[in-house]
Design a protein around this ligand. Structure first.
Ligand code: CA
Length: 240
């Protein structure tokens, strides 16, 4: 899969001019075409003029809240959104993800983190339809046989219980993506389970014991405290 995102258009909505400049320089160096807006209203106007490939949205804006802008973006176009949030505001991230943001980046962030998060979201957005058949290779130590509903861990076939397989399958189709507890529970177990984080934690533990070399330091399924889980972005290794 091509990882060349040069020329993709990113709309950055950020009210601090210094921060906007820094982001613009970073993204232009990475080959993106950047348009900037310093208010929520301007951001929405830009979006109506031309739909970008991705929106980077600061949640703390002077005129409107980022949430309102997010809602407007969601109404205007199916464009992926990454929120910029202040590190400490966990409830902001939860709300943003519930409103349909694709990911968040906590301030302060590094240049490389910013570029790699954007590329990961673009890669996911452009991914082909969900994989439902055959063998999916995650890395040299882990493959998943979707036809036989088994994991192949360092060459050994590992039996998965139906719910373990369902959860793993869901993770495989959302590589690198932060999946909230609520979304995992309602997609894998059903909407009536959406608050049952206990059962989710239990099944993540089961999967880690079966898949991870060191379940105490997982690399496939990582935890985002208070928010959810993220499956490793393996789409980068799919090339050859
Ligand atoms: Ca701000």
């Amino acid at each position: 899969m091509s990882d060349d995102f040069r020329g993709r258009r990113i709309l950055v909505v950020e009210d601090e001019p210094h921060m906007l400049d820094l982001i613009r320089i970073t993204l232009e160096q990475a080959g993106f075409v950047v348009s900037g807006a310093t208010t929520g209203r301007e951001g929405v106007e830009r979006l109506r003029e031309e739909i970008p490939d991705l929106v980077l949205l600061d949640l703390n804006l002077p005129d409107t809240t980022g949430f309102e802008v997010l809602r407007e973006v969601r109404n205007a176009a199916p464009v992926p959104v990454i929120m910029l949030t202040v590190q400490a505001r966990e409830e902001d991230r939860v709300m943003g993800l519930e409103l349909g943001a694709d990911d968040y980046i906590g301030k302060p962030f590094g240049h490389r983190e910013l570029v790699s998060r954007i590329k990961a979201v673009l890669r996911r957005t452009e991914m082909p339809a969900p994989v439902t058949r055959g063998i999916v290779k995650v890395d040299d130590e882990l493959e998943v046989d979707l036809d036989h509903r088994q994991a192949i861990v360092r060459g050994e076939r590992v039996h998965l219980r139906p719910t373990e397989f369902k959860l793993l399958h869901h993770f495989l189709n959302q590589p690198g993506r932060l999946l909230t507890h609520e979304s995992l529970l309602s997609r894998v177990w059903g909407p009536e389970y959406r608050d049952d984080t206990q059962i989710l934690r239990l099944y993540v533990t089961y999967l880690r014991k079966k898949l991870e070399r060191d379940p105490a330091h997982p690399r496939y399924i990582t935890n985002e405290r208070g928010l959810g889980y993220r499956f490793v972005d393996y789409t980068n290794n799919q090339g050859s």
